[in-house]
Design a protein around this ligand. Sequence first.
Ligand SMILES: Cc1cc2nc3c(=O)[nH]c(=O)nc-3n(C[C@H](O)[C@H](O)[C@H](O)COP(=O)(O)OP(=O)(O)OC[C@H]3O[C@@H](n4cnc5c(N)ncnc54)[C@H](O)[C@@H]3O)c2cc1C
Length: 387
Amino acid sequence: MWDFKGVDYYELDALLTPEQKLIRNTVRQFVNESVLPVIRESFEEGHLPRSLVPEMGKLGLFGANLKEYGAGVDSIAYGLIMQELERGDSGLRSFVSVQSGLVMYPIYTFGSPEHKKRWLPKLASGDAIGCFALTEPGHGSDPGGMESKATKDGNYFILNGNKTWITNGTNADVAVVWAKLDGVVRGFLVEKGTPGFSAVKIEHKLSMRASDTAELYFNNCRVPKENLLPGVEDLRGPLMCLNQARYGIAWGAVGAAMACYEEALNYSKERIQFDKPIGAFQLVQRKLVEMLTEITKAQLLCFRLGQLKDQNRIKHTHISMAKRNNVAMALQIARTARDILGANGITLDYQSIRHMVNLETVYTYEGTHDIHTLILGHDITGLEAFR
Ligand SMILES: Cc1cc2nc3c(=O)[nH]c(=O)nc-3n(C[C@H](O)[C@H](O)[C@H](O)COP(=O)(O)OP(=O)(O)OC[C@H]3O[C@@H](n4cnc5c(N)ncnc54)[C@H](O)[C@@H]3O)c2cc1C
């Protein structure tokens, strides 16, 4: 059975409150006992481990940072939840990120009182699943160019367009869909079964296999006019949601890196070559030391980011820096761990290659690595380099 102790070289635990530690340890135990025994099979079969959804609901992991509808935990506790989940699998953390940051958050922040009453309790318990539909086949990094359109027709909006790469698209009871109404980006709640709305699973992924991803089609889809999110207009809406999710990713990537580091460290002490454990060779030690140093730096970044968030001093560029650094760091660590594991590292008997291929997605989604470079470059020079 798994007995993960965490990676804490700089004694960051000493800075956590008893409540933050309790939350972290509870999710850590859930991942050890419920996620790790099933994740390999889900990954191999290529689907979300759906049986875990009610358990995550009971633990209060959906919308955990929202007051009234969630436990209202602070930002560091929220980050620690994401860290522990992604130590299990990036697909599982993605599920919780989407449900919390990309579905519950916009309904909570931009929705009407009726939207909140109808959806938030069910989404919090896991009795309903949500998805967030921004990306289109022709518009990924540049969502402002989206072609999905809504037009008014009496008491309805008629939605036409096509979204792709949508996490939970085939499982969702409600989709938060971003489309242009009179040329302005608006958010619509589209319920499963709405005439003209269909979702098709994207098959043959080699990354994020324990997460379901879909294409969504809106073909003269009739959405009741009450389903428009009233509280936001233009790209600010989806970008505010993405900030929530990117914050969680910055922490989650540390969890994936910790899993790979721990696996490589243990292996290096057991694997004998040239009559010695491979961990006794200087080159292997150097790799392990670099992994631990990068994890420690990323943890410090996250911890400070959490403080800034709770003090309402966080800027989207702070989040960009942490997402950009921590995901690249985790991807590099997963590759190095895979290398230390030798040939064994290419099988799913070990975790590192699963984390490695998952992190290829994390590097690309929620703003690619290079898009975050440009966001930061813009911030420090005042000069925009996007176009
Ligand atoms: C498994 C998975 C799940 C996802 N889940 C969701 C979801 O739930 N909802 C959702 O809406 N989307 C989702 N996405 C989509 C994701 O957010 C997009 O893939 C991402 O925004 C990048 O868009 P793209 O793939 O079209 O790449 P592109 O935008 O085409 O980028 C391709 C390359 O060009 C580079 N590039 C683009 N523009 C510039 C520029 N100006 N300067 C320099 N380089 C540039 C990029 O950095 C990248 O390297 C998901 C994606 C994956 C893989």
